[in-house]
Design a binder for this molecule. Sequence first.
Ligand code: 5GP
Length: 193
Amino acid sequence: MTQSASGTEHPHPDVDPHLGQILVTHEAIQQRIAELGKEITVDYAGRAPLLIAVLKGAIMFMADIARAISLPVELDFMAVSSYGTATKTSGVVRIVKDLDIDLTGRDVIIVEDIVDSGLTLNYLRKNLAARHPASLEVCALLLKEGMQKVEPDLRYVGFRLPDEFVVGYGLDVAERYRNLDDLRVYVGPGSGH
Ligand code: 5GP
């Protein structure tokens, strides 16, 4: 059963005209996350890193990367609202839900879904660094190549992408498409396609 995007049922990815090509398959995502998890396990051996994700885009990545790390990790979440259009952030960020865990002396890894302009991450990094963690690194699943004014300081990167607006694996347009397994190009209204 398939309905339009305005219907209550999620359209099937194969017939939704707003979905373009698959950029990264679910299998490729899982394979890369396994590699990143092993790297982090080695790099943080003997420590208990605190993974911080920003709701909601990073939820799928958080769930998978946390299980790919063989260390006693802890998880915490923040919610921010950024001002901007549907497909562009402005860099002005307001914290809607703050962390529960104190960062003092912790080895913090920010788990990011996607770095586009880098403005959101820039804000987040400054905000978290001010809370005196022992270390602060970033693990980003996706990096849009050449879109940042300054080279972002990312310790771990899953995939480098061209400048396409993507959905799936946690990433949305107006809250839709987060539950798609694959990462796909969005070619619907507002995408510029
Ligand atoms: P930045 O501040 O780096 O420009 O944007 C970061 C945030 O914008 C991401 O955390 C994500 O929420 C959103 N974003 C950036 N690019 C995309 C994209 O291609 N697709 C989706 N769905 N969201 C994106």
